[in-house]
Design a protein around this ligand. Structure first.
Ligand code: C2E
Ligand code: CA
Ligand code: CA
Ligand code: CA
Length: 276
């Protein structure tokens, strides 16, 4: 038994070393990828549920490796955050998405808004606000068409600071969206003190729909909160017509999800959503 234990330990240690090496390798590749510009922004439509009108889009980053493979953000964003590479990467995504929105606005969609994900690391950079201002200036996007998506985790380290930054962005005219709403654990008073322009209802609340009274009541409570906070609710992860119809029946104003459109490259987005 002792020998087996030792053997198991060695196996474990080797596996750990491999994992650490893989990570180191990925880390090296990632920093080169930032330098080489191997990233792409894909866009997913956001649709007004009463009219079916396209009102916005979410920018979602992907990594196009040299061999053509497309790596989803879940596989590299955490490492980018850990290494600080999220700062240059996030800046690039923000600039790219704003510039793209301006082009599409000029092509006949003047009201199109663009939502960009912001990691805690970026949000906490002292230079974040000036950066946002600079990018708006450089690209010519009006602040009212930019939505920055953050998660409740920005409240963890310095809630007071998060509050002030959200205020500052609001005073510029930029809206802040609370992403993945319903998966965190902030209390209502914390949320209430944060100036939020949009509430993104996590897909775990959408998936069970049409559901029963219980599932519907949870969505309803998010809609009520949205109203109280003066924040527009966007339902995430709509995959079926049944889910869409129930959200519409419950009074949810905006939806996003595979049923309405998957995230696609800009050229594909034009074909799918901007040609009438
Ligand atoms: P998120 O911000 O919650 O983005 C929504 C995710 O759900 C996206 O995954 C999207 O492709 C996926 N999704 C959309 N509709 C549906 C649906 O109907 N069903 C299902 N099952 N999924 C749907 P994606 O693109 O893989 O991004 C994953 C996460 O990576 C994002 O979650 C966000 O947290 C992060 N991320 C993506 N782009 C960026 C970025 O530019 N910067 C930062 N900091 N994070 C990013
Ligand atoms: Ca998001
Ligand atoms: Ca989300
Ligand atoms: Ca997320």
């Amino acid at each position: 038994a002792k020998a087996a234990g030792k053997h198991q330990y060695r196996f474990y240690a080797e596996a750990m070393t491999r994992a650490a090496q893989d990570k180191l390798h990925l880390r090296g590749q990632l920093s080169q990828a930032v330098a080489k510009g191997e990233f792409e922004v894909h866009y997913q439509p956001q649709v007004e549920l009463t009219t079916g009108r396209l009102i916005g889009l979410e920018a979602l980053v992907r990594w196009r490796q040299a061999d053509g493979r497309l790596i989803p953000p879940g596989a590299f964003i955490p490492l980018a955050e850990e290494t600080g590479l999220i700062i240059p990467l996030g800046t690039w995504v923000l600039r790219e998405a704003c510039a793209q929105a301006v082009r599409w606005q000029a092509e006949g969609y003047p009201e199109l808004g663009v939502s960009v994900n912001v990691s805690v690391r970026q949000w906490e950079e002292p230079a974040f606000m000036p950066l946002v201002q600079q990018i708006l200036l450089d690209t010519g996007l009006s602040p009212s068409h930019l939505i920055l998506e953050i998660t409740e985790s920005v409240l963890l380290s310095d809630p007071q600071d998060a509050r002030m930054q959200a205020e500052g962005l609001a005073s510029l005219g930029v809206r802040v969206a609370l992403d993945d709403y319903g998966t965190g654990y902030s209390n209502l008073s914390q949320l209430q003190s944060l100036r939020i322009g949009q509430l993104k209802l996590d897909r775990s609340f959408v998936q069970p729909l049409p559901g029963g009274p219980r599932e519907q009541a949870l969505v309803q409570s998010a809609l009520t909160l949205g109203q109280a906070l003066d924040a527009r609710v966007v339902a995430e992860g709509i995959e079926t017509e049944e889910q869409l119809l129930m959200l519409h029946a419950l009074g949810c104003p905006v939806g996003q999800g595979y049923f309405l459109g998957r995230p696609v490259p800009a050229a594909e987005f034009e074909v799918q959503h901007l040609q009438r």
